[in-house]
Structures are given as C-alpha cells and as structure tokens.
Design a protein around this ligand. Structure first.
Ligand code: IVH
Length: 695
C-alpha cells in the first residue's frame, strides 16, 4: 500500500528518511500519508475502531510534517497538518448563519413530554399519523457549532451567537480531529451546513486537567465552560492542544442536497461522509416509548463517557417537521427533556450574612465542600428570611444542596437527624454585619435590608463597582482591587467622590503607577458623557436594568423628567410594571439620592438628554396591548403564544383587570374567562389571536 517500505516505528529513522528522500518519492509518500492519516482519524473518531495506536499515528503525522517542511509545495489543502493555522486571529469575526440556529423548548416531566406530543398531534391535525415516530438523543453539554462544507471541504465554522449571527471560530474548529476537513463523498454538494456539539469527553477533560496541574496551571472547573472558552480563543494552537470532540446532531442550510426523509437517516448519511454521530440515538414509536427511553438514558447517564444534561426528542419525519415549523426561537418539532439538577448532602458549617448593592441582606450557607454536577461547592444561597423559616435551619445541620446549570447553588432541604431540635436555629442578626446599622424588614416582605444606603461600606463598595461596570459607566480599571484600596484609604465616601480623585492620589496606591493612574482619570473623564440610559443603570435604582433604563430614557428624554414623573406617569411607560414604577419613584423621593445626583452633575456627569421615542410597534394591533391567556389552545403552547405576542411588542400578564386589552381563551379556561366577560374585555380564540398577530 505504501509507496515505501514501512520503517520500524522509530522517530530517528523517520526523521532521517524524511530529511533525505528525493522529491519524486516525497511526493508519492505525502500522497499516501495524507489519506492514510485521515482514514485513521476517521476510524478513531467516527467509527470508534482504531487500527493503530496513538504513538504510531503520531509518528506518521510527524513524518508528514517533516516532509511538508522540506517541500512546502507538497502541502495540500486537506492535509491533517493544515488543521492548525499558525497565525492567531486578531478578533473573532461575525459568522452569519444562512438559517437561524435555534434553541430548544424544555420539558421537565413526563407530563410535559405528553403535552409536547399532544401539541404535535393537534398542530398536525389530519396530517398526524396515529403514532408519531420520535428520535431520542442525548443532550450533550457543550456548545453548538455550525460547520460549512463547500465542495466537500470544510471552509467555515461558527458558534450560535444570537441565532442569526455567531462568531467565526473556524481556526479553532479546524483543529478538532473529529471534524473532517474533507467529506468522504464522491460527488460533494456545492455547500452544506452541518451542526453539532463541540465538547470535552470525561477522559479528555481529566487528561487535560492533569496536564494543566502538572504544568502548575489551574484546572478547569467544568467541561462545558472549558469547551466554550477553548473555542473562543484567538490562538488556534490552544485549541489544538486540547482534546475537543464533536458530534453532529442537526442541519442548517442543506441547499439542494438530496437528503433522506427522516432525521435519523439524515444523520446516518452524514456519518457515512465522515462526521461522528452519537451511537445512542434511537427512533421510537410514540411518546410512551420516548418516556421509557429517557428513563433508560437517565440510568445509562452515569456510564457514558461524556456529560449529558438531558435528552433531546425530535420528530423523525422531515415532512412532519416542516409542517410543524417554528415559534420565534425554537422548533415545534423538538424539545429538550432536562434531568433534575444534581443534589448532594453536606454539612452546614456557618451562615454568613452578605450585604448587596441594594442593601438586601442575604444569608449564605458556608458548607463542607462537596462536588455537585462537576463543580466544588462550598457556599450556597439561603435566599431570605422566609427560606430560613421554611427550612427551620439550625447550626451544624446536614443539608441537601442543588446546583442547576450555571445558577448559584442553593440549599433545598435539611436532612432529618435525631436531636437536631436541640441545635441553635439560624437567625438574622439585628444589625448590619458591615456597618452596624439596625436592619429593617418591610411588612409582608421576606427581604431584610440595611437602610444605610449611601455609606454602608458593603453597599458603597458594590455601588462603586456597579457604577464602573461594563453595562453602566464602563470605567476601565475600576475593579475590586482598586475600589478596596480607595475605601481603605478613605479616598472615597460616595460615588461622586470618584470624580475628585487626582493622578497623584491614584499613583500612590498599591500596584498603580503614573501611567495607570492617568488612564483611570481619562476613563473617569470619558464616563461623564455616557448615555442617559447607562447613567440610569449606573445609579442603581432598584429593578432598573438595561432594558428598563432604555425605556425610561426614550419615554421621558431627560433625567429631570424621570425624577419628576409621578408613579402613575412612570407606570404608563410601556414595559414598566407598577411595582417598578413604585421603586423608581421611591428612589427619587429619597433626598440622599437627589443630593448625590446634584453632586455628580456638579462634577460634570452629563446625563445627556435624548429625543423621546416610543418603541416602534411592529404590529399596530398587538403592540402596547395587554393580553391574558387562559385554557389550553389547540395548537399553540402557552409559552409560544406569549412569545408571539411579545415579539410584536405586546405584553402578557397573569390576571385580568380593567387594563387588559384581550383575553385569549382555549379549552377548559379558568375564572379569568368569567372575569373577562364581567369586565366586558374582548375575548379571542386562537384563530382570533393569529389574525390579530398577522394584521
Ligand atoms: S438539536 C433546533 N440535538 O442544545 C434544534 N441540540 O437548546 C437544534 N444540544 O444549541 C439543536 N445536544 O447546543 C440538538 N442532540 C442534540 C443536542 C443539542 C445538545 C444543544 C445545542 C443547542 C441546544 C438547544
């Protein structure tokens, strides 16, 4: 097979021959090595049936590298060595998707899976077969990537981003050995977009972390974040050195490729082209079989060589998929079943009361460290006073801790133990642990706060960091280390003091030099002209985030008009709830806040006015209207109807009042229907809603 006799697998022999081979033989050898390496790659990653061991592969690869070094004109576009571009990219460029990359709706119980099936049947109507065939796949916990193949060659790879435009990560995805750079197909399509998951399997992740630790580097906490971080690197040699893998699970634009008419057969086709697919994918007749398979997978889960966070259920028949179509951001023909988040038991060591930016005092459980869902947890939130009461938490209790995805871990329950009643209950302190001010609890509210808003050190620290944060005044260099020093040195007692700082004061601080001090002063100067919306965010008005700030700025046009608006005026603004209107009014009613705003203005913070605009209504009939949904609609899930209404600028609320514009009624409606009739509010069925949406 090989144009040369095979050498003993000895690095020195291989080096020698590569250094002496004449051009003619070198060409032939490269012509053999490239497809041979590609074949071994495929056997390893796609077929899971390697013929040679890793060392032999590495030696063949080395030989190719040496020959390509000597004869650069022998380097082929599809050479495995070309996977690693040597040049880092300067930035990640936008990567538009020809077809939007959607996400999946979720199901959290068997009941919700049955509802999903019922919805498919309802929506398909006469087209629905008696039993719908589904494919059940593992929900891989990595990140979705689109691969673009043109004429059979991998020409691009992008992340999902917002679904329309992702980031171009071709340079990194090319380094993943499981991603073929050339499709194994005689007559390759002009272009096809294939999607799948990039992730670390458990063995690769462990290997990588061991290597990091022996190199004195910090190991990664969990495979998902590590994969995302790796794919977004600018320098492709980083990704090349980490064992990322890939599994195909869906398609983007497939152009005029003649594809089979079921999802599973389509995956099998691209498997034949050299793309890895998951061997545990199964086709199942009807939702009960799906439910049984998901239960099976949940058992299997712990024996799989990679992490999964659920199962994905897809309608297998492509024709039915087309009929079912999409709602805003997810297909109607698929859903993700999420496994309950992992829980573990550990022991409560202490409770710390942490004071947030708004003064809310939150109990935080300090725990004997445990591993939960791939990360080590030593703190968990206890939320508020109500939660302490509900748990009847006592010092030294054994507790169950839960961690759902990237969410902060929480204590879910106390493990019953004999004699725990004799332990001391965990109770809130009377005074703020940071400034000693007496804490207050508003009536009927679970939140306990420190009322010393402007000078409690914990609140001031948080307020300063918030003021400078990326979403607010965006002040480069105003990080925790600096803020802590400013507070410790007594240089800053309120946010506005930031603008009185001098280069000399800053340069005298630890780890600051003349240059960094000057940079910070420039950043502070620049921040004075930030937009009104950003300045509103920066002020830290409770519940006013980016979207609300923008709504307020666009509606009123100036800080003074917002500060003067009555609670009713504020609540008039579309998108602003009454509760938020109350909080905004309360903020400006506090003289300490108005004084601080005056100081900021005196320091030159501009709070620039903007031209007032109302959000441009995309549909006159729906924009700014308030809807209430009740009962089961024939084809739309509640969440789908809600998304459709919101996408056109409408609002969906939970209860019927005089302010409600329409009540959408499905099967078995509740009291909301009766209430709408009493108040004389227009009632729509699903068709009526759809007509309105299309107007
Ligand atoms: S199909 C329109 N299949 O889950 C459906 N996605 O929330 C497109 N994922 O962004 C995705 N395993 O990153 C599909 N077997 C699987 C999956 C899977 C994991 C991820 C994917 C996607 C997210 C959807």
């Amino acid at each position: 097979m090989s144009p040369l006799d095979d050498l003993p697998l000895d690095p020195e022999a291989i080096r020698l021959r590569a250094a002496t081979l004449d051009p003619e033989h070198a060409r032939a050898r490269v012509g053999w090595l490239v497809p041979e390496l590609r074949r071994h790659n495929r056997l390893y990653h796609v077929g899971n049936a390697p013929e040679i061991d890793d060392r032999s592969y590495d030696l063949l690869y080395r030989e190719l590298e040496l020959l390509e070094e000597r004869f650069p004109d022998l380097v082929r576009e599809d050479s495995p060595t070309r996977r690693v571009g040597d040049q880092p990219v300067a930035e990640l460029l936008p990567f538009p998707h020809r077809q939007p990359m959607l996400s999946l709706s979720n199901a959290f119980s068997d009941e919700e899976l049955r509802e999903f099936d019922a919805r498919c049947h309802r929506f398909l109507g006469d087209l629905a077969p008696t039993v719908i065939n589904y494919v059940v796949e593992a929900k891989l916990d990595g990140l979705a990537i689109e691969l673009v193949y043109e004429g059979g060659l991998l020409t691009g790879a992008g992340s999902r981003g917002d679904g329309q435009v992702g980031e171009d990560v071709t340079h990194n995805v090319r380094t993943i050995r499981a991603v073929p750079t050339r499709l194994l197909v005689d007559d390759p399509p002009a272009r096809v977009d294939i999607r799948g998951e990039v992730f670390f399997d458990l063995a690769g992740f462990a290997r990588m972390n061991e290597a990091r630790e022996s190199a004195g580097k910090k190991p990664f906490e969990n495979p998902r974040n590590a994969a995302a971080g790796t794919v977004r690197q600018l320098d492709p040699t980083v990704a090349a050195s980490r064992p990322l893998v890939f599994t195909a699970h869906s398609f983007g634009d497939t152009g005029d490729v003649d594809l089979p008419d079921t999802h599973l057969a389509q995956l099998e086709l691209v498997h034949g082209w050299g793309l890895p697919i998951n061997p545990i994918n199964r086709r199942l007749p009807g939702i009960e079989a799906v439910i049984a398979r998901i239960a099976e997978l949940q058992e299997l889960r712990h024996t799989l060589p990679y992490e999964i966070d659920g199962a994905v259920v897809k309608v297998d028949d492509i024709r039915l998929q087309r009929e079912l179509g999409f709602v805003t951001r997810s297909p109607r023909w698929a859903t993700a079943y999420k496994y309950p988040p992992p829980q573990v038991s550990t022991r409560l060591q202490d409770v710390l009361f942490s004071v947030g930016r708004t003064g809310a005092v939150t109990p935080v459980a300090l725990l004997t460290p445990v591993r939960v869902g791939g990360v080590t947890v030593s703190r968990a939130t206890l939320h508020n006073a109500d939660q302490l009461t509900r748990l009847d938490l006592r010092h030294g209790d054994a507790v169950r801790v839960e961690r759902a995805g990237d969410v902060i871990p929480q204590v879910v329950e106390v493990v019953p133990e004999e004699g725990r009643e004799t332990r001391d209950p965990v109770a809130y302190p009377d005074r703020c642990p940071e400034c000693g001010t007496e804490l207050v609890q508003e009536e009927d509210k679970a939140v306990i706060t420190c009322p010393n808003t402007l000078s409690c050190p914990a609140q001031l620290r948080a307020a300063l960091l918030h003021w400078g944060s990326r979403y607010a005044m965006d002040i480069d260099g105003l990080g925790t280390k600096l803020v802590d020093q400013l507070l410790a040195q007594g240089l800053v007692h309120r946010v506005s003091d930031l603008y009185d700082l001098t280069v000399a004061q800053l340069a005298a601080l630890d780890r600051m030099a003349e240059k960094s001090a000057e940079n910070l002063i420039t950043a502070l100067e620049r921040s004075k002209d930030q937009s009104l919306a950003r300045a509103l965010v920066a002020l830290g008005i409770p519940e006013v985030g980016e979207a609300t700030a923008r709504d307020l700025a666009n509606h009123f046009g100036s800080l003074d008009r917002i500060a003067d608006a009555s609670e009713a005026d504020l609540a008039e603004v579309f998108g602003i709830a009454e509760r938020v209107a109350h909080l905004v009014r309360g903020f400006f009613d506090d003289p300490r806040h108005t004084e601080e705003i005056a100081r900021l203005r005196a320091d030159g913070v501009a709070f620039p006015e903007v031209e007032t605009t109302d959000p441009s209504p995309t549909s006159e009939a729906v924009a700014k209207k308030t809807f209430v949904l009740t009962g089961t609609l024939p084809t739309l899930a509640r969440s789908e109807a809600k998304e459709l209404i919101q996408a056109r600028g409408g609002k969906v609320t939970g209860s019927v009042s005089k302010k409600t514009d329409y009540v959408v009624v499905g099967e078995n409606p509740g009291s909301k229907h009766t209430r709408a009739e009493e108040l004389g509010i227009p009632i729509l069925d699903e068709d009526g809603l759809k007509q309105l949406l299309e107007r």
